[in-house]
Design a protein around this ligand. Structure first.
Ligand code: AMP
Ligand code: GLY
Length: 431
């Protein structure tokens, strides 16, 4: 099997490590890849959003499967193009990718298909949005209210506003000042939900969905969930926050109705559906959908996968999910992200990283590359915000965490930093 993987982060490194270990022995090309990926696959220097060049590459290499890692090429219609050329793709068409690309679309979809999510209203007029906030705020006794830019805003489009003034400022930033460009011309204003957050990953073939695995991640840059939002500073799989009964509820109340609803609406969903959920007192509710694997969540999912990753993803791409059943290791996985000092703000590039061989030799440890590059003298250097994903398997979350942090200590990179509290047990719920 000839497989093209699109992307070049830790997510794609983890995917390719699983594909490279698959008993079906696929041949793997990655665009653009990174130095870690280059050790196990052929990398082509094509950007993940250059959908013309990616379509040409898939055709010229005779791809039997294209796996699209990031959201940008999905929104741009790469999957549509490849499917039109008869190439199986694990990733949704642009119409189905709206589940991630438009919050207003998704809220409306949930409403029509009775999928549990926060109560909401959508606005294209800032006056109406402000009036709604004043009214809701008065009626909710001042509880936080959530203001979201409709479109993709690099993780910055969501404001959980503690005060009315903050909520009004969020509306002005998105709708009047144009802080997120077109993505903020429409805003969704939501009821605030309380509970713990979890992520559920399902594989979909347009008709059916099967559960892959669960995880949770750590979005804020600082220990104790403080500081700015990031792409994710760490992750754990499976998440101890979900029971098997709750997982089944998520499949029955959220995932399967979504796949059925998208099919009924004429936009069948093929690929990985990643549900971000809040475990509220009334049950699991959808916070958001992503239409791809999460990063760093993929870095804790793939090391746990026992089944042939190539067969599994191709089954989704070819409408034959009924033929596969993923098997997972019993071990837990923990990923600690090492990032360049300053991330998610400004950071230096080109700083030298050593110690990977010693860290990788530790039991249960795998290191996934994200923003790395190779210096002219061959040294590994940092070339992005999130740079390495230090992942470990262990018999328990605590054992995996200890192994991951032992490996982090072996990395010699003075200009890097990481959170020290990834995968610590949750505090008991308040009250
Ligand atoms: P989103 O981009 O929609 O996932 O939102 C980013 C983060 O904002 C989520 O992971 C939650 O922590 C928080 N959030 C979003 N919507 C809500 C909500 N309705 N209630 C409470 N927190 C929320
Ligand atoms: N870790 C969050 C995401 O991939 O969107």
């Amino acid at each position: 099997m000839n497989i093209l993987v699109v992307g070049g982060g830790g997510r794609e490194h983890a995917l390719i490590a699983a594909l490279a270990a698959a008993p079906s022995r696929p041949t793997i090309v990655c665009a653009p890849g990174n130095p870690g990926i280059a050790e196990i696959a052929t990398c082509k220097p094509i950007a993940a959003d250059d959908i013309d060049a990616l379509s040409d590459l898939a055709r010229s290499m005779g791809a039997d499967l294209v796996v699209i890692g990031p959201e940008a090429p999905l929104m741009l219609g790469l999957a549509d193009r490849l499917r039109a050329a008869g190439i199986p793709v694990c990733g949704p068409d642009a119409a189905a990718a709206r589940l991630e690309g438009s919050k207003a679309f998704t809220k409306d979809f949930c409403d029509r298909h009775a999928i549990p999510t926060a109560a909401y209203a959508t606005f294209t007029d800032p006056h109406a949005a402000r009036a709604h906030i004043r009214d809701r705020h008065a009626r909710s006794g001042g509880a936080p209210i959530v203001v979201k830019a409709d479109g993709l805003a690099a993780g910055k489009g969501v404001v959980v506003a503690a005060t009315e003034a903050e909520a009004l400022a969020a509306v002005d930033a998105a709708m009047v000042d144009g802080a997120f460009g077109d993505a903020g011309a429409t805003v969704v204003i939501e009821e605030f939900m309380t509970g713990r957050e979890v992520s559920v990953f399902a594989l979909c073939d347009g008709n059916d969905a099967i559960m892959l695995a669960t995880a949770h991640d750590y979005k804020r840059v600082g220990d104790g969930d403080t500081g700015a939002n990031t792409g994710g500073m760490g992750s754990v799989s499976p998440t101890p926050r979900l029971t098997p009964a709750l997982e089944e509820r998520v499949m029955a109340e959220v995932i399967r109705p979504t796949v059925a609803g998208m099919k009924a609406d004429g936009a069948p969903f093929v690929g990985v559906l990643y549900a971000g959920l809040m475990l509220t007192p009334e049950g699991p509710k959808l916070v958001e959908y992503n239409v791809r694997f999460g990063d760093p969540e993929c870095q804790v999912l793939m090391p746990r996968l026992q089944s042939d990753a190539a067969t599994l993803l191709r089954a989704a791409a070819t409408g034959s999910l009924g033929t596969v059943r993923p098997e997972w290791r019993r071990e837990a996985a923990v990923c600690v992200v090492m990032a360049s000092r300053g991330y998610p703000g400004a950071y230096a590039r080109g700083t030298r990283i050593a110690g990977l061989d010693a860290a990788t030799a530790m039991p249960g440890v795998t290191i996934f590359h994200a923003g790395t590059a190779t210096a002219p003298d061959g040294a590994l250097i940092a070339a992005g915000g999130r740079v390495l994903g230090i992942t470990a398997l262990g018999d328990s979350v605590a054992a995996a965490r200890d192994r991951a942090y032992a490996a982090v200590s072996a990395i010699d990179w003075p200009e890097g930093f990481y959170r020290t509290d990834i995968a610590q047990p949750d505090d008991p719920p308040p009250g």
